[in-house]
Write a protein that binds this ligand. Sequence first.
Ligand code: CP3
Length: 356
Amino acid sequence: MLDEEEDQMANGSLKPLLNVLHGNRQDPVPIWMMRQAGRHLPEYMELRGRANGFLDFCYTPSLATEATLQPIERYDMDGAILFADILLVLDALGQCVRFEKGVGPIVEKVEKGGRLNKVPVQQAVERLSPVYETVSRVSSRLADNKTLIGFAGAPWTVALYAIEGRGGTDKSQARIWAHQHPAELALLLDDLVEVTAHYMAAQAEAGVNALMMFDSWAEGLPNDIFEQIIIEPNKKLVKRLRELKVTVPVIGFPRGAGVMLPDFADQTGVNAVGLDTAALPSFINRELPVSMPVQGHLDPLLLMAGGDVMERRVIELLDAYRDRPHIFNLGHGVLPTTPIPHVEKVVELVRAWSAD
Ligand code: CP3
C-alpha cells in the first residue's frame, strides 16, 4: 500500500470502495455497476455519435474520459470504471476487431494451435497508450472519495473471442482445444497473460486505484478445465502484476464459476471476487473467507424490471452480505434498455440501508 493510502486509512478518509477492496467493511455499502457507462444513458449515446465507431471512441481520451465520468456525474456512484473494452488487447496484438451494430464484436480468428504474438508485447502495450492517457485525465478530475477501477479481460475470455471469432457461442471449438491440446492452449493463454499484465500495470502507473479481470465466459466448464483455463491464467496474471510492482487491489470475476468460486478465490491471489447473478449467499458466506470482499449479484434484468420486487431484492442482498466487506453491484452489465430511475432507486436504497 502507498504511504498516502496508509495515512488516509488511519484518518478514515480513504475512498470507501477502495477501503472495502482492502478487506474492510464499509457502511454505507459502496456501489458501482458494471457497464454503468453505456447505451442506457442518453449522454453516452450523444458522445458515441461523435466517434468514428466504437474502437475510435475507446482510443479517443477526450471522449473516453467523459464516458467514464458520466455515471459518476449522474448517479454519484462510488466507483468509476475506465471506459475501454476487453477486446482492445486483441486489436493491439494485430488481430482485427470490429464492432457490428446489432451483432456485437467480431474478431479475426487465430489458427488452431496458433499464438497471439504477431506484435511484440512492448509494441502492443504502447499501442494502448490512449487508454493510459484516459486514466490520467479521469484520475485528475475524480473527487477524492471516488475509486477509479481499471480492467482487462482475463486470458480465457479474450482467447475465446480470438478462437471462436465472437462471444456468446457454446465455446465448443475452444473447449475441444482445451481437452485435446492443453499445452498449445496454455501457450496462447500465456501470450495473453504477459501482454495483459503489462497493460494493467500501465493503467496502474497512470493512476487507477484498483484493477478488475473480467472472465465473462467462465461458466459451464468441467472442473479440470476450469482449473486449467480459468484459475491457472488468472493466478499467473496476478503473480505477474505483483512482479511488475503493481500494488493496487485486484478483483477477479469468473462469471458462472458456481461451485468453483471458492477455489478461484483461494488459489488466484485476487483481493476480491465478483459475484454473478446465480451466486448463492449461503454458499458464498460459508465457502469464502469472511474477510474476502465480494461485489455484484443483482440481476441486470431485475434492474430493468424495477418496482417492489427489485427494491426487496436490493435489501435482501445487503442483508445477505452484511457480515463481510461488500460492494453493491450487478451480476453482469447494465442492459441498454434499463430505465434510469431504476438505477437511481438502487443507489438511493443502498445509501439509506444500514447494517446496524
Ligand atoms: O461501464 C463500463 O463497464 C465501462 C467499460 C466496458 C465496456 N466493455 C464498454 C462497452 C467494460 C468494462 C467492458 C468489458 C467487456 N467487453 C466485457 C466483459 C464484461 C462483460 O460484459 O461480460 C466483454 C465480454 C466485452 C466485449 C464486448 N464489448 C461485447 C460483448 C460488446 C457488445 C455487447 C453490447 O452491449 O453491445 C462490447 C461493446 C461495448 N463495450 C459497449 C460498451 C459500452 C457497447 C458499445 C456500444 O454499442 O456503444
